[in-house]
Design a protein around this ligand. Structure first.
Ligand SMILES: Nc1ncnc2c1ncn2[C@@H]1O[C@H](COP(=O)(O)OP(=O)(O)O)[C@@H](O)[C@H]1O
Ligand SMILES: [Mg+2]
Length: 359
């Protein structure tokens, strides 16, 4: 029974006891944390006022109560008055010996509490990209025509008018570059999974950044030398790291420091919507000391065409997010001025594939 307060208090997930009138009869300390409210201040209040649930579960809840059966709800958004909704699973069961009283456990899917956002490519974003790919293809040919015509025109122009044709050619080039980035999505194949030494990938990215877009940055290594091999596509992972380094470099035009950190976190698991779970113990962080994410776009940075820079395309992080989700991995970001952390979590080589190491 619930009188066993030690168990109740120790339950590591938010737990609610709901009376026959749908009012809160008790909450444990994890639930106080989840609600960001004290037990005293919520006792007796209607549960559905305290928890905003983005699904019509009331009927199913009532049925579970009447029939005395448990109810499981996966992947719904659960918010409370003072905080943004989190994706959660709900486990609900009638309390034995207390007719009408229900126990509800809330398991947030948020994997690491200190990360403020996480993302997987949404289908709306994907169809926006599909549309853009078609357009990209259609625009490239006429654009080549326009550029060619401008170049022909420029042959007979006076010097002061050349500026105009140069402008046409230059701007067309910019559009072509954007279109090519859009087309990169279409060309992205499913990852060619193999054992990958993440430190090799980081080294390659670091060297190429220092020779080009990141020449004004210091890039320091903070590697866990005992990190096991990851399971992924080395070329695609290189693209991911390059994009993150590029963004960090562009955020700090006056220079700054980027830290590449790797470590092993045994307990990091991702739960899929079908309930199965898999382990993502390899952690890679790209940490910069720049200004941080712009406030107005911070919740959308992984969406395509969202950019905080004048000449940005907003495709870099959308590509990163697509690749990581194709890898069954996880990406999250935590950013305050002076410290921005992009964290990737990847799986290690499945047992039995170890011998084919080639990286
Ligand atoms: N390390 C970072 N520091 C500050 N802002 C960042 C960082 N990484 C990404 N951003 C912001 O996220 C936006 C989206 O990035 P991205 O998808 O790569 O598109 P783009 O670089 O073309 O703008 C950037 O324009 C920038 O405003
Ligand atoms: Mg970018």
């Amino acid at each position: 029974m619930i009188q066993d307060s030690a168990i109740w208090t120790s339950l590591p997930v938010p737990a609610f006891l709901i009376d026959e009138n749908d009012r809160i009869a008790d909450v444990n300390s994890a639930a106080e944390g989840f609600l960001n409210a004290s037990r005293k201040s919520v006792l007796g209040y209607p549960i559905w006022d305290q928890l905003a649930i983005d699904a019509p579960i009331e009927q199913a809840f009532e049925r579970a109560r009447k029939q005395g059966t448990p109810l499981f709800v996966n992947d719904i958004d659960v918010g409370s008055g003072s905080r943004a909704p989190l994706q959660c699973g709900l486990q609900i069961a009638p309390v034995v010996g207390r007719p009408g009283t229900m126990l509800m456990l809330v398991s947030p899917r948020e994997l690491a509490g200190r990360m403020t956002q996480s993302h997987s490519v949404k289908s709306a974003a994907q169809s926006a990209i599909g549309m853009a790919e078609m357009l990209a293809h259609e625009i490239k040919n006429p654009l080549a025509g326009i550029t060619g015509a401008a170049q022909l025109l420029s042959m007979n122009l006076a010097a002061e008018d050349l500026e105009l044709t140069d402008l046409i050619v230059e701007e067309s080039r910019r559009i072509v570059k954007l279109l090519e980035q859009v087309e990169q999505f279409g060309n992205l194949s499913t990852p060619d999974f193999k054992p990958v030494n993440i430190h090799d990938v980081l080294d390659r990215a670091r060297r190429s950044a220092l020779l080009g877009f990141g020449a004004h940055m210091a890039i320091v290594e903070d590697y866990d030398p005992s990190l096991p091999l990851a399971y992924g596509d080395p070329d695609q992972l290189l693209q991911v790291i390059l994009n993150l380094l590029k963004n960090a470099s562009e955020a700090a035009p006056g220079g700054g420091t980027i830290r590449l950190r790797t470590y092993f976190e045994h307990s990091f698991r991702l739960r899929r919507s079908d309930g199965s779970g898999h382990s993502l113990p390899l952690q890679i962080e790209v940490v910069d000391d720049g200004p941080g994410l712009p406030d107005d776009i911070r919740s959308d940075i992984f969406d395509p065409f969202v950019s905080g820079r004048e000449n940005g395309t907003g495709l870099g992080l959308a590509l990163v997010s697509k690749i990581i989700s194709d890898h069954d991995g996880w990406i999250s970001v935590d950013s305050v001025p002076g410290r921005t952390v992009f964290r990737l979590s990847l799986q290690r080589v499945p047992k039995g594939r170890q011998e084919k190491e080639n990286n």
